[in-house]
Design a protein around this ligand. Structure first.
Ligand code: NAD
Length: 479
């Protein structure tokens, strides 16, 4: 039996013992994950520095701070998330117990990507622990230092059988993909996402695919271009552009193009100094292969900032618009206005995010109404990632399923429908038993189609209590 098969089998056996289910156990594991982050922060920082050139503060800001927030949120809210969720009833089920019971899916495979090796691998794990699943964690081999620290230290904090770390490259990822899981949570490119989904289909395993794509950024000519470009520069160049939700390209009218270039150039200098190469908050492209890929994307394009530039001849090579850039390049495409920008976005695959910068709320709402994407963020970049209440995920080519906060818990739980009837009140049922008559049907129609919400039930109960009280008062004092 291979290492992968063994890990899945062990995971399944330990899941079947029901060990993951008690809330105390889950909270304990989540607290241990917090301890791992705080006690191993030096190892985490050193690994991320080696992998991506991230500074210590940068690692805290972009990798572990959000994780801490998500863990604390899960610890605080777990009891509420896991509790049965009453639903609306109809008059036929009014006296029954009708609710949704979140139940653990089983054994989950979490496959992480290299660009934020901690955030994108451990954040799904938070949801997985909260949802009482058993999870096999497969960090990306590309961020090898981070993967090594995860493999070495995580088992010292979490239950080894329930949350094993599997390391290795493509072959080592393909091996567990042959096994049967109850859910696969994948973060990475759309190309590999299709392979993962193909492998999952063989076992009818549901998947969450957190993919990438080309996220457009429209700048309205009437907005505060200086602030817009500051926020865009930050969103684009953080982690050297290797961010799934980085703005991939700018759409703007020709009349503001040179101003946009000027402002972005100014901000790059301000953020990363004249010599970003030696500046500690400017990271590194992950490896030679990606470096060559990003350099090749520039072929045939005119570089306005950062290389020999000739702004008058701005031209975008076809490669730059073919695939997700995932590097520190920011093409600017001119359009005649918001109509053409919307058309441009809609002519392409659905992105992970659409960014729009404008003072005009009507224009923003129009972009929301007339385009589709995983998320829409107006007048800023990236920060929707930090709002745990917002489901984070893609649509179409940018992915399926979502997570963060309670959405992670829901994503990795099965929402089981529960209806508990009494064996009494059989008379009510006679209307559905043969022989079927018009009279019975009209009763069923009335009782079945009338929805009764929990609020309505509470109101009815309150009214019934008040009526009872009134009757008591009348009887006792007023007769
Ligand atoms: P990657 O090369 O690290 O691959 C991701 C994972 O897939 C790794 O664990 C790797 O081992 C595995 N893998 C690679 N090839 C495989 C194959 N043939 N079969 C099975 N498994 C395989 O990362 P990447 O794909 O270069 O990641 C970058 C992409 O991820 C970008 O498109 C980016 O936008 C996207 N991304 C998305 C999110 C998100 O939250 N939506 C977050 C980070 C990255």
């Amino acid at each position: 039996m291979s290492r992968e098969e063994l890990a899945v089998q062990r995971a399944r056996t330990s899941f079947q013992t029901g060990r993951t289910k008690p809330l105390d156990f889950r909270v304990h594991q989540l607290k241990n994950l917090l301890h791992f982050i705080s006690e191993r922060c030096a190892d985490i920082s050193a690994a991320t520095k080696n992998d991506l050139g991230k500074s210590q503060h940068g690692t805290k800001l972009f990798e572990t701070l959000g994780l801490e927030g998500e863990i604390n949120l899960a610890i605080e809210n777990l009891a509420g998330w896991a509790t049965p969720r009453p639903v609306e009833k109809n008059l036929l089920t009014i006296s029954d117990e009708v609710y949704v019971q979140p139940e653990p899916l089983g054994v989950v495979l979490i496959i992480g990507a290299w660009n934020y090796p901690w955030a994108v691998t451990l954040q799904p794990l938070v949801g997985a622990i909260a949802a009482a699943t058993k999870s096999i964690i497969k960090p990306s081999e590309v961020s090898s230092h981070s993967a090594k620290v995860m493999e070495e230290f995580l088992p010292q904090y979490l239950d080894k059988d329930l949350y094993p770390v599997l390391t290795g490259g493509v072959a080592e990822t393909q091996e567990p993909l042959k096994q049967r899981f109850d859910h696969i949570f994948y973060t990475g490119s759309s190309t590999v996402g299709k392979l993962v989904m193909g492998a999952a289909a063989r076992h009818l395993t549901p998947v969450t695919l957190e993919l990438g794509g080309k996220s457009p950024c429209y700048i309205d000519k009437n907005c505060d271009i200086s602030i817009a470009c500051r926020r865009i520069t930050w969103g684009k160049f953080v982690n050297c552009g290797q961010t799934c939700i980085a703005p991939d390209y700018i759409l703007c009218e020709p009349c503001i193009q040179s101003r946009v270039i000027e402002e972005i150039a100014k901000n790059i200098k301000e953020f990363y100094t004249d010599n970003p190469k030696t500046f500690e908050d400017y990271g590194r492209i992950i490896n030679q292969r990606h470096f060559k890929r990003v350099m090749a994307l520039m072929e045939g394009s005119t570089v306005a900032v950062g290389g020999d530039s000739d702004e008058s001849q701005c031209y975008i090579g076809e490669w730059l618009m073919k695939e997700e850039i995932f590097g520190p390049l920011l093409p600017i495409i001119t359009v005649s206005g918001v109509d053409e920008a919307i058309q441009f976005i809609n002519d392409r695959e659905k992105p992970l995010v659409v960014y729009v910068f404008s003072h005009n709320i009507k224009l923003i709402k129009r972009v929301i109404a007339e385009t589709s994407s995983g998320a829409l963020l107006a007048n800023d970049c990236l920060v929707h990632f930090t709002v745990s209440a917002l489901p984070f995920g893609g649509v179409g080519n940018s992915g399926m399923g979502s997570y963060h906060g309670r959405h992670s818990f829901d994503q990795l739980s099965h929402m089981r429908s529960c209806l508990i009837k009494q064996l009494s009140m059989e008379g009510v049922n006679s209307m559905r038993y043969p022989p079927h008559t018009a009279k019975k049907l009209s009763w069923v129609r009335f009782l079945l189609l009338k929805q009764v919400s929990v609020c309505m039930l509470r109101r009815m109960a309150l009214l019934a209590t008040l009526a009872g009280l009134a009757a008591f008062v009348v009887q006792r004092f007023l007769r």
